[in-house]
Design a binder for this molecule. Structure first.
Ligand SMILES: Nc1nc2c(ncn2[C@@H]2O[C@H](COP(=O)(O)OP(=O)(O)OP(=O)(O)O)[C@@H](O)[C@H]2O)c(=O)[nH]1
Ligand SMILES: [Mg+2]
Length: 371
């Protein structure tokens, strides 16, 4: 067991010494400020005292607990060695079963680690848990913070921001988010597709001075066509209604001269495979189509996950999360993006057209989670 008590002038110096002496996997168990007397006791100096152990020590301790099981007594030396080797394999297997490698290390809840983390880290873990982040992401954060030796509040904040942001798919392109000719939004009933389409179309037409048009495949409710027609009239843009693939192809020809065509689709219960098929049957998802899966930020993680799974036959370029104004827990959005590595197109944060729409970077999203 490798354990060290280190006294240094600052926490930074102590962390550097720990790293030198125990390696980067060392874990700080405890730290406190102490007063040391110097110059024959004439001068007092405030210092930090840090106790650290090596991470592998956790395994060792678990190992020792199992090794205390009595070995077979009084065997000749050679047999004893063979017996010990067998026992060792047995112990190793028991540990493997108890803590399989694929299982995330749960620093705060695993009994091997209880009491080993500084309080500030436990508080961070709880905060991330409240936001809806799972054990895997939280363990990665804690491990990252421990490895990087973040100690001061601002250091922890900065490192945590970086660790979380790195888990999200990066925005590598400098192109505008609306970049292809056809912008298709799909998703479940009432997610906010039509409202978001209106916001995006208005922004593209007014701010970016593009020639825009609308298409809709939502022919199930008369009101749905009327809703989009109102926005189209306000923006003085044409609207084509498509009942079939044939209509869609015809509308593409009619609207050929437009820069961007915003395609609205029907909100359906996508647990039914037939509706996914219907979507693919009408819309030819090719390289001219930019597709967004629209989900409400107020949805449960399990429902979002199931939704992405349902749409695995439809290419999803990016997500749009609506109704972020109705929730404080942005962790669910974060989690689904980290899991699927599908990036963020837009966040919709209200019912006002066109203003309630945001373009947010991975760092912005991380900050919303940590806010
Ligand atoms: N609070 C809030 N409400 C929103 C937001 N986006 C849309 N809504 C509201 O959600 C409701 C449904 O919006 P729609 O745009 O009609 O949703 P849809 O996905 O097109 O619905 P269907 O076509 O019926 O599937 C409306 O009352 C919108 O005003 C948002 O970002 N925040
Ligand atoms: Mg709609």
């Amino acid at each position: 067991m490798k354990m060290k008590k280190i006294t240094a002038n600052s926490m930074q110096e102590a962390t550097n010494l720990i790293r030198q002496q125990l390696g980067k996997d060392a874990v700080i168990l405890n730290s406190k400020t102490v007063v040391k007397r110097k110059l024959f006791g004439l001068k007092k100096q405030q210092m930090v005292e840090v106790i650290a152990v090596l991470d592998q020590d956790f395994e060792e301790r678990a190992n020792q607990g199992l090794k205390q099981m009595p070995l077979a007594p009084a065997l000749p030396k050679k047999e004893l060695i063979t017996e010990q080797a067998k026992q060792k394999t047995h112990v190793a297997n028991e540990i493997k079963t108890a803590f399989p490698a694929t299982q995330p290390i749960d620093y705060t809840r695993n009994e091997r680690h209880v009491g080993l983390l500084p309080d500030s880290f436990i508080a961070i873990d709880q905060k991330l848990k409240d936001q809806g982040l799972d054990d895997g992401i939280r363990d990665q954060c804690l491990k990252g913070l421990l490895t990087r030796g973040a100690v001061k509040e601002d250091e922890i904040e900065k490192e945590l921001e970086k660790l979380l942001t790195d888990m999200l798919p990066a925005n590598t392109s400098n192109e505008p988010t609306i970049r292809l000719k056809y912008i298709v939004l799909f998703g479940s009933t009432g997610a906010g597709k039509t409202t978001t389409i209106a916001k995006l179309a208005a922004k593209t037409a007014i701010q970016h001075q593009k020639k825009i048009a609308f298409m809709t495949t939502d022919t199930y409710r008369i009101a749905a066509i009327e809703q989009l027609k109102t926005y189209a009239e306000l923006l003085q843009a044409p609207l084509e209604v498509c009942y079939s693939r044939e209509d869609f192809l015809k509308a593409q020809q009619t609207l050929e001269g437009y820069d961007h065509i915003f395609v609205d689709t029907a909100g359906r219960n996508f647990k039914e495979d037939a509706y996914i098929k219907e979507l693919i049957d009408i819309i030819p998802f090719d390289e001219s189509i930019q597709s967004f899966l629209v989900m409400s930020a107020t949805s449960k993680y399990q429902d979002m996950k199931a939704m992405v799974k349902r749409f695995e036959r439809v290419p999803i370029d990016q997500f749009i999360f609506t109704k972020v104004d109705e929730t404080d827990a942005m962790g669910t959005i974060f989690q689904i993006m980290a899991d699927t590595q599908i990036g963020l197109g837009f966040l919709a944060n209200g019912q006002n057209v066109p203003e309630d729409i945001l373009e947010s970077s991975p760092l912005d999203l991380t900050r919303m989670v940590l806010k």
